[in-house]
Ligand binder design. Structure first.
Ligand code: HEM
Length: 476
């Protein structure tokens, strides 16, 4: 790791793909096109003809009516002629692949029905080489996306899979995921202008702003350093690692379980405890803030928001390190266990484990009442979970493994993430199918034998290169 010369990321927006800056929510329709390369030269020529949308074209009041984003798996870079030596400096997790190693799958909770051997895509001959994300205003979408897909196939690429998201609202209103919750409420705020004082691990206070290097390769991260990147013919600067997982959601199963556990009138209340947010996206009452202006400091017992709720695991804010800013002496005292309780152990500040989420839902949307109605058959629905980060190990894999999947989190045991967990027992940690919460009278409760509500159907790690990086890949 090294420090980079000071340069505001804003000055490089022309070289950054748009998804880093914006979820492109005003473009209501999206297609995730997963391709395998048949002939490298023809694929390169086709890719050179695509103009990916840049960060400079979106955000800050600017908008486009169509956007193309292009990313590559390691297998894709190899198919385009890169040798192992060219890829040196890229993240080892990217080089191994999401399903590349059984231990990784266990750590990520990809077990049971979610194990890679059952995936519809993501490994062996179904491992994609290229991910093209096509987003457009819904009125323009289909003929345009079909045309680009046809060009890809005419250039010798084969289709591993292609998924359309369900059409979103184009009026800027909040998106919903298939369980019915407002999605995309909490996001880190990239410090494009380099205004944040980057203080590394000395100041562990939680804040929404993050250094550009938490998302962009080649920029200073929250520690004030730049991570590794290749130094040869492949340029990764201004790129980002893109995690893509197809997460199928059992919507009727989720709402029926909540209704059976809490009674139909309290089902929404219990579901909100599981997520850790109200259905409409606001913070749970009692956290002392709305939207994103809250910490878990005021709720150490998990009375307002269960300790194991999805959002509390996915981003414990100050909760995993309540001592916040401290000096060397207090650090030593804490690390010797002389201050705080086991539940307060400093894993690390949440600031070093942020994810920029860019996914979209797919399938048929049901309201909670429809999902609970007797006779409602199951529907196919889920999330094309996409997130961006500059360190797969410290960001996505840490959040997914240590916080969502682990059965011991924040002083809890025997439970995994109540929304996304697989519920299979771990060899060392035992059962994972409990969920502790406080009922409305403030009494502690333990829900037993939670079913799995989410199943992984496919996934892969990609490099979303910068614009110059893309040229270095397609040049040949
Ligand atoms: C089908 C699976 C999932 C569903 C239905 C789901 C749903 C939600 C909902 C409703 C929220 C609250 C609203 C918001 O802040 O956007 C949320 C927040 C969040 N989720 Fe998920 N999620 C899923 C999977 C995941 C996965 C796999 C990860 C990470 C590996 C993740 C990471 C996060 C993060 C970081 C937040 C924001 C927490 C915060 O900053 O307060 N989610 N999710």
């Amino acid at each position: 790791m090294r420090r980079s010369e000071a340069m505001a990321a804003r000055d490089e927006m022309d070289d950054i793909q748009a998804l880093v800056r914006s979820g492109l929510g005003s473009l209501g329709s999206a297609r995730y096109l997963l391709l395998r390369i048949g002939d490298a030269a023809r694929a390169r020529a086709w890719l050179r003809g695509l103009a990916p949308t840049r960060a400079s074209e979106v955000g800050g009041g600017k908008t486009v009516d169509r956007a193309i984003q292009i990313a590559f798996s390691r297998a894709g870079l190899v198919a385009l002629g890169f040798a192992d030596a060219d890829l040196e400096g890229l993240a080892p997790e990217f080089l191994d692949g999401m399903a590349g190693d059984e231990r990784r799958s266990h750590r990520l909770g990809d077990v049971g029905a979610s194990a890679p051997e059952h995936w519809r895509w993501g490994r062996r001959e179904a491992e994609p080489h290229i991910l093209v994300i096509l987003c457009a205003r819904s009125a323009l979408f289909k003929p345009w996306a079909d045309g680009i897909e046809a060009d890809a196939l005419a250039s010798g690429c084969r289709r591993t899979a292609a998924f359309d998201s369900c059409p979103g609202r184009e009026d800027g209103s909040v998106a919903q995921e298939p369980f019915g919750f407002a999605d995309g409420m909490s996001q880190p705020d990239i410090d494009w202008d380099g205004r944040l004082a980057v203080t590394g691990a000395v100041n562990r206070d939680y804040r929404a702003g993050i250094a550009p290097g938490e998302v962009l390769i080649g920029h200073n991260n929250e520690y004030g350093f730049v991570g590794d990147m290749p130094q040869g013919r492949l340029s990764a600067r201004n790129g980002s690692y893109l995690v893509y997982r197809q997460l199928e959601q059992d919507v009727t199963g989720f709402w029926r379980w909540a209704a059976a556990e809490a009674g139909p009138e309290r089902a929404v209340w219990l579901a909100e405890q599981i997520v850790g947010r109200c259905l409409n996206g606001t913070a749970l009452p009692g956290l002392g803030g709305k939207d994103n202006d809250f910490l878990f400091k005021s709720d150490p017992e998990g009375r307002a928001c269960p300790l194991g709720a999805h959002v509390r695991r996915a981003n414990p804010r100050s909760g995993d390190d309540p001592l916040g800013r401290r000096g060397f002496v207090r650090d030593v005292i804490a690390s010797l266990g002389l201050e705080g309780r086991a539940a307060d152990d400093a894993v690390a500040s949440a600031r070093f484990h942020r994810l920029l989420r860019r996914g979209r839902p797919y399938g048929r949307m049901l309201s909670p009442a429809q999902a609970m109605a007797p006779g409602q058959p199951p529907v196919e629905a889920g999330l094309h979970f996409v997130c961006l980060n500059a360190s797969l190990a410290r960001q996505f894999e840490f959040v997914q493994g240590a916080w969502l999947t682990s059965a011991t989190f924040g002083g809890l045991s025997g439970e995994g993430d109540p929304l996304t967990g697989q519920r299979l027992p771990f060899p060392d940690e035992g059962r994972t199918d409990l969920f502790r919460y406080h009922d409305e009278a403030g009494l502690p409760r333990i829900a037993q034998r939670l079913p799995a509500f989410v199943t992984v159907r496919g996934g892969a790690y990609f490099l979303l290169p910068g614009i110059a990086g893309l040229a270095s890949i397609t040049r040949g």
